[in-house]
Design a protein around this ligand. Structure first.
Ligand code: IMP
Length: 454
């Protein structure tokens, strides 16, 4: 069977923990979208591994697949594989021949476009990894795929067509001088070597066939979604989105297996017990504000619930892993979660960070929005309308600080009663049972109610 892991909010929900938790009983962990814009830390046997492209299950000896819906930067891929090897592991990573390749000019163009937008509110705040420009070329039918790297002559031909276009775009439209990243022979030299290595290591597969035959043989497969529903290119807060589909439909189109197979398995929505957002854009249930990110907010500390936001930010360690930037903090947003549950069809939920809210007198949930004179229950399609939404709150009694490791050992009934009431409210609203509850930072700090593969 399959288990699909989907972020239900804006990323940073703690998907890695759940992939890790259920991945222990899986044979294959497959990514279906995104590239090295995702970042996760895996701790195994006291060692810490930082990965952004290779599926995390590889650290635990599982087969990792990068499906056709992914965009692959071979430099990152081989860096990660080499680092794992240097540390004594034998990573088994398979690449879809249909997956698109991130080329040096994609990264440069990603940076150029963000620079151009930097003085306006059109800046997306991308990770700068060339993700958007690579998916643009995929849709524009001029992309280079993993399969093309395996044929040096074909690769040269394709680069001869596309590279001059990219050079003209950079130089003539954006007025930026170009270098080796836009030179056909230099790019060809580097990328045909990556292709050679992929061949030597026998890494490439027809991913759909590969995964289907593993399923036929009785293997358990995890589809590991990166990012989250509200940054999905179709279902997210466009244009402040990534360029792929983290929602469950992406698991079918991005692997070559049918929607029926994905739907026959579990689809687990990962929910943070509150909400955070990095960068700008609407956040109707926001507690405080972050200057530079919260729209129309120019004085740090001026927000109505600033102390509370600060408390949750500190308790939850809500600072960007790479930049150290404070994340914006908000109460749980049910319209957002209803939208996510509908788009992906959650059969189960994993709710993380319930311990972070411990010790508060009350915990609130935005259960609907008022906008333009009506009450609505899901997220509006446009950023502008979403920005005008005022939340209606429901209040829950808080729960005390307890020994959460003990709770993890003892199970669901050891979770403080008011926290269980909160969890059950979320579950009822989304019509999906709670499969797991995160009660602390490490994988062990998890109350597990359902193990889909067992
Ligand atoms: P891109 O994916 O680099 O194009 O970035 C597009 C948007 O998605 C930006 O707002 C990024 O901050 C966001 N984003 C991309 N990857 C992640 C992630 O793994 N977690 C949270 N946000 C992400």
């Amino acid at each position: 069977m399959t288990v699909t892991i989907v972020g239900s909010q804006l990323g940073d929900e703690g998907k890695g923990r759940v992939v890790d938790l259920y991945g222990a009983a899986a044979d294959v962990v497959a990514r279906y979208q995104g590239g090295d814009n995702a970042g996760h830390t895996v701790v195994e046997g006291g060692n810490e591994y930082k990965l952004s492209l290779v599926p995390s299950g590889v650290v635990r000896g599982k087969i990792g697949v990068l499906g056709n819906g992914c965009v692959v930067n071979p430099e990152t891929l081989f860096d990660e594989i080499d680092t794992l090897r240097e540390r004594g592991l034998e990573p088994d990573v398979r690449l879809a021949r249909r997956a698109h390749v991130i080329l040096p000019y994609h990264r440069v163009l990603d940076g150029i476009e963000e620079d151009v937008k930097s003085d306006s509110d059109r800046k997306v705040g991308t990770t700068g990894r060339g993700i958007g420009p690579t998916y643009e070329d995929k849709a524009g039918r001029r992309g280079i795929r993993v399969g093309d790297l395996l044929d040096a002559e074909l690769l040269h031909e394709k680069l001869e067509y596309v590279v001059p276009q990219k050079r003209a775009l950079a130089e003539k439209v954006f007025g930026v001088e170009t270098g080796e990243a836009f030179d056909v022979d230099a790019v060809h030299e580097q990328y045909q070597r990556y292709g050679e290595r992929m061949k030597e290591e026998n890494m490439t597969v027809e991913a759909g066939d590969f995964l289907a035959s593993r399923l036929d043989d009785g293997d358990e497969i995890i589809f590991e979604g990166a990012q989250g529903t509200l940054i999905d290119i179709d279902h997210g807060n466009y244009p402040y989105v990534t360029s792929s589909n983290p929602t469950a439909g992406g698991a079918a189109t991005g692997t070559g297996l049918s929607p029926g197979i994905v739907g026959d398995g579990d689809v687990i929505g990962i929910v943070k017990a509150y909400l955070t957002r990095v960068g700008s854009g609407p956040l109707p249930t926001e507690l405080g504000g972050v200057v530079g990110d919260t729209p129309d907010y120019d004085e740090q500390g001026a927000g109505e619930n600033e102390d509370l936001a600060e408390y949750i930010r500190e308790e939850g360690g809500e600072y960007g892993t790479v930049t150290g930037r404070p994340r914006r903090v908000a109460w749980l947003d049910m319209p957002m979660l209803r939208h996510a549950a509908r788009a992906s069809g959650f059969t189960g939920l994993a709710v993380n960070h319930i311990d972070v809210l411990a010790g508060l007198d009350e915990v609130k949930v935005g259960y609907s929005y008022d906008v333009d004179g009506e009450e609505i229950f899901t997220v509006p399609a446009t950023t502008e309308r979403w920005g005008r939404c005022e939340p209606n709150f429901r209040s829950f009694d808080g729960w005390p600080e307890v020994d959460w490791s003990e709770v993890a050992d003892e199970g669901y009934d050891a979770i403080p009663e008011n926290a269980r009431t909160y969890l059950e409210y979320i579950s009822d609203e989304l019509d999906a049972p709670v499969y797991a509850v995160g009660v602390g930072p490490s994988r062990e700090d998890t109350v597990i109610l359902n193990r889909p593969f067992e």
